[in-house]
Design a protein around this ligand. Structure first.
Ligand code: SF4
Length: 295
């Protein structure tokens, strides 16, 4: 598939997402009323109609502006806002009203804070645990500049799933994630994977940025070497003109082949497809692992 940026030139398999689904507005209003940010809205996720209609969302804590400026990401770059001590309570309120059993929390990158924002993640996890000890908590974090104290703080709070996206192949980091480091992201995941608390580790890759098959499989192997449990693989879509253009639209059958390869290499669960995002169907995809040994 040749590279095209325009939505009107999307291949057929990417055109069938209906952004306006019944029930979407109710979720949107609820989140707006509680003054909560979601990555679904801030990153202009193409699945928002489906996810909001199903009353799921990925909460984005620590403000809506990110001091980093990754070229693939639609979250607004700029001066971040002060940490809001009441944000964890409002997330609990939203989880209660949406009747969530599995919650995904992410954040903007907070390189400006001495703790990288890790304490706010911990506060949210603790509030959610005291609201419902059976709630499954998945966090999708930045790299905390590989600060081991920030990571250990989060490990001690024991989320069920720790997700940190590797995003792309190492060759493309300088273009796609110039302020991040491939080996650094692997180290973040490795530190959590080595934890004695049995936290499930998860990572994600976007395809269509100019990577090749050999490089993608090398990333699978690197993640497996550090015992990453779960993997998501999705199509990169250019969220705005200022973001990187799409180099290639990967066919659904190729995503299926990558899934089979990743499972063969050793991942316990893999979601791979044009519409997959790191939090897409997070509850469904994680259930196989989370409930192992409970039946
Ligand atoms: S896939 Fe994730 S980010 Fe996108 S709308 Fe669904 S929950 Fe939000």
């Amino acid at each position: 598939m040749s590279p095209k940026n325009s939505r009107s030139r999307l291949p057929s398999w990417l055109k069938n997402k209906d952004p306006l689904q019944k029930g979407m507005i109710t979720t949107k209003n609820l989140l707006q009323g509680l003054k909560l940010n979601t990555v679904c809205q801030e990153a202009r996720c193409p699945n928002i109609g489906e996810c909001f209609a199903r009353k799921t969302a990925t909460f984005m804590i620590l403000g809506e502006k990110c001091p980093r400026n990754c070229r693939f990401c639609a979250v607004t770059s700029g001066e971040p806002s002060p940490v809001d001590p009441r944000e964890p309570d409002r997330i609990v309120e939203a989880v209660s009203r949406l009747k969530l059993r599995h919650v995904v929390i992410t954040s903007v990158t907070r390189d400006d804070l001495p703790d990288g924002g890790s304490r706010q993640f911990v506060r949210v996890i603790e509030k959610l645990r005291s609201y419902d000890p059976d709630l499954k908590i998945e966090i999708l974090t930045p790299d905390f500049q590989q600060d081991s104290r920030a990571l250990d703080r989060i490990i001690a709070a024991r989320p069920d799933i720790f997700n940190h996206n590797i995003e792309t192949v190492p060759r493309l980091y300088s273009r796609v994630r110039p302020e991040a480091c491939y080996q650094g992201s692997l180290k973040v995941l490795e530190r959590v994977a080595r934890n004695p608390a049995n936290i499930i580790t998860k990572s994600g890759l976007m395809l269509g940025l100019g990577e090749n098959r050999k490089e993608v499989i090398e990333v699978f192997r690197d993640l497996q070497k550090i015992n990453c449990d779960m993997l998501t693989i999705g199509q990169y879509l250019q969220p705005a003109r200022s973001n990187l253009p799409v180099q290639e639209y990967i066919k659904p059958e190729t995503f299926q082949q990558y899934k089979e390869k990743a499972l063969e290499i050793g991942f316990k669960a893999v979601a791979s497809g044009p519409h997959v995002r790191s939090s897409y169907l997070a509850e469904e995809i994680s259930q196989e692992i989370l409930f192992q040994g409970e039946s």
